[in-house]
Design a protein around this ligand. Structure first.
Ligand code: AMP
Ligand code: GLY
Length: 424
């Protein structure tokens, strides 16, 4: 089979490595991929948002199956366009990707179907939003409606910060049109859990849970990033919590989408907060998380391509989805200064990887045959082990064998999860 994976980060690298395990796979094209994936896929310089070029490529190269990994092409309708020329895809169509594409849509859906989430109001008028935050409980959470590279959320600790965030989004348009509409919501507290799931629109199978580390610095300090590391499973996500989430959140969500005539297929990602009043949805993503995928897929014991095909043809209830009862840790090596200012172009030296070690490359390019850094998050060092402490130790050991000038990583990936394990 000829496969095409749209996207070019560490998440896509992890997906490609897993897909390659299936002997039916002859070739995987990555659009655009990155210089660090070249041993695993044929990289094609077509951008993740260039849907006409993707369709043309799929047609001329006889692509049998496509995986659309990032949010942008999904929200723009890449799956619809590829389906229209007969290419089956892993990923939701545009009318279902709106679950991530519009926070207002997601909030209204949850309200209508009684799915637990933070209380909220939606505004399109700056003055009304400003008036609302004069009396809203502080802290308050302000979210741009549309996609904003994961940066469209402000936790305002004061009314002044709330006013500034609203002005930035609605008046100064720092996120473009994504901020024309904002959601202002109740501030929730509790541990966060990421649960990715496979779904064909009727059957939903949760993957192993995980914990992201979104802030740039140790102790959850510094700016929000795309994610500095992950562990799986997440110890806060006990079997009792999982059962409750399935009943109160996961199944109600896919049933609601089906009822709305927007059946969701592909990977539905639940960003949850385990509040004192039970699990609540912080966000939906219409795709695999990055860097959650880098710890979830190494634990998948059954064939990824078979599962992905089943999500596309409505037979997920007939395939086995099984995860190893082990632990994984991903430490992201970034360019120092990420997520604001950082230098690029430094040569990367990669070690041999041993058993249960993976390096997934995100921000790297080939220059005169040499692999050099080309982005903020450069790569993820991933290890799988019997226990969480061992997985963390092995991931840091692997990270320590990788070299490039300017490399930065958090030193405390997994520590919160370890502490949770001790509380229990
Ligand atoms: P999001 O982009 O929606 O994942 O939000 C980014 C981060 O903001 C989340 O991972 C949470 O840590 C935080 N956050 C979002 N919504 C809330 C909320 N209602 N209460 C508290 N924290 C929140
Ligand atoms: N790691 C969070 C996300 O992929 O949105």
């Amino acid at each position: 089979m000829k496969l095409m994976v749209i996207g070019g980060g560490g998440r896509e690298h992890a997906i490609i490595r897993k897909l390659k395990e299936n002997p039916r796979v002859e070739v995987i094209y990555a659009l655009p991929g990155n210089g660090g994936m070249e041993g695993d896929a044929v990289c094609v310089p077509i951008g993740a948002k260039d849907i006409p070029a993707q369709v043309e490529f799929a047609r001329t190269h006889g692509i049998d199956f496509a995986v659309v990994a990032p949010d942008d092409p999904l929200v723009l309708g890449a799956v619809d366009a590829l389906n229209a020329i007969g290419v089956p895809c892993f990923g939701p169509r545009k009318n279902a990707a709106i679950l991530e594409g519009s926070k207002a849509f997601a909030k209204n859906l949850m309200k209508q179907y009684g799915i637990p989430t933070a209380a909220y109001e939606i505004f399109t008028d700056l003055n009304q939003a400003l008036a609302y935050v004069e009396t809203a409980p502080i802290p308050t959470v302000i979210k741009a409606d549309g996609l904003a590279l994961g940066k469209g959320v402000v936790i305002a600790q004061t009314r002044e910060e709330a006013r500034a965030a609203l002005r930035d989004m609605m008046e100064n348009k720092v996120f473009g049109d994504s901020g024309s509409r904002v959601v202002i919501e109740e501030f929730l507290t509790g541990p966060e859990v990421s649960v990715l799931s496979f779904t064909d629109g009727k059957t939903l199978v949760p993957m192993v849970s995980s914990m992201d580390h979104k802030r740039a610095h140790d102790g959850d300090q510094g700016l929000n990033t795309g994610g500095m590391g992950t562990v799986a499973p997440n110890p806060y996500y006990t079997p009792a919590v999982a059962e409750r989430c399935m009943r109160e959140i996961f199944l109600p969500t896919i049933r609601a989408m089906e009822k709305e005539g927007r059946p969701f297929t592909g990977c539905l990602y639940f960003g949850l907060m385990l509040t004192p009043n039970g699990p609540k949805v912080i966000e939906y993503n219409c795709r695999f998380g990055d860097p959650e995928t880098q710890v979830v897929l190494p634990l998948l014991d059954t064939d990824l391509l078979t599962i992905m095909e089943a999500t596309a043809n409505g037979t997920l209830d007939q395939v086995e989805v099984r995860f190893q009862n082990r632990h994984a840790c991903c430490v992201v090596l970034a360019s120092d200064g990420y997520p604001t200012h950082y230098e690029k172009g430094y040569p990367i030296t990669l070690p041999q990887t041993g058993a249960e070690e993976e390096i997934y490359i995100a921000g790297a390019a080939r220059k005169d045959g040499e692999l050099v850094t080309s982005g903020g998050r450069v790569l993820g060092a991933v290890a799988v082990a019997e226990t969480l402490p061992r997985a963390i130790e092995k991931a840091y050991d692997l990270a320590g064998r990788i070299h490039f000038d300017n490399a930065y990583c958090r030193r405390d990936i997994g520590q919160r999860a370890l502490a949770a394990g001790k509380e229990n």
